[in-house]
Design a protein around this ligand. Structure first.
Ligand code: HEC
Length: 148
């Protein structure tokens, strides 16, 4: 009698085990597919490191002759377009007036070397250390011009 009970117990146990194994191997075959699709998506998500700009970005690879607008769109728009992190908003004359009153040299200096103000932190070159000082100045000119 005992032996029979034992067998009766073992059978469902084996079914459960088989099911569990099946589930495992299912997962194992699913995984590479999931990884693949994650990898496939990754490149598309990469540019999302910055908040999206309102304006479509013009070709960002005109390193030879940078103009203020394209530098702004590459390195500054992330914060300044929408006043992120306390950044003075692009084109807002009221916000920019007291800053412009400091003089262009202060604005250049603050933009190139970064500074911490009352509103927040302006990172050196907006964090784009690959930009030349000249490019950053052009972007400052562009921002100041837009806020007059
Ligand atoms: C990570 C966000 C961020 C990025 C990117 C950024 N800025 Fe700023 N910027 C700020 C913040 C925040 C302030 C305001 C700091 C304060 O006055 O408290 C600021 C202030 C400024 C000012 C005003 C300086 C002053 O003395 O009043 C200028 C000019 C400026 N940024 C230019 C730029 C330029 C040019 C770029 C791109 C090369 C850029 N910023 C990119 C956050 C950013």
């Amino acid at each position: 009698m005992r032996a029979l009970q034992h067998k009766v117990f073992i059978l469902p146990l084996m079914i459960v085990l088989a099911a569990a194994l099946g589930a495992c191997s299912d997962k194992a075959t699913d995984k590479p597919a999931a990884q693949k699709s994650a990898q496939a998506q990754a490149p598309a998500e990469m540019p999302a490191e910055m908040p999206k700009a309102e304006m479509p970005k013009p070709a960002a690879t005109t390193a030879a002759a940078p103009d203020g607008k394209s530098v702004y769109n590459q390195g500054c728009v992330a914060c300044h377009a929408m006043a992120i992190a306390g950044a003075p908003k692009f084109g807002d004359a009221d916000i920019w007036a007291p800053r412009i009153a400091q003089g262009m040299n202060v604005l250049y200096e603050h933009s190139i070397n970064g500074y911490k103000g009352e509103a927040g932190i302006m990172p050196p070159k907006g964090g784009r250390m690959d930009l030349s000082d000249e490019s950053v100045k052009l972007a400052v000119d562009y921002m100041v011009e837009a806020a007059k």
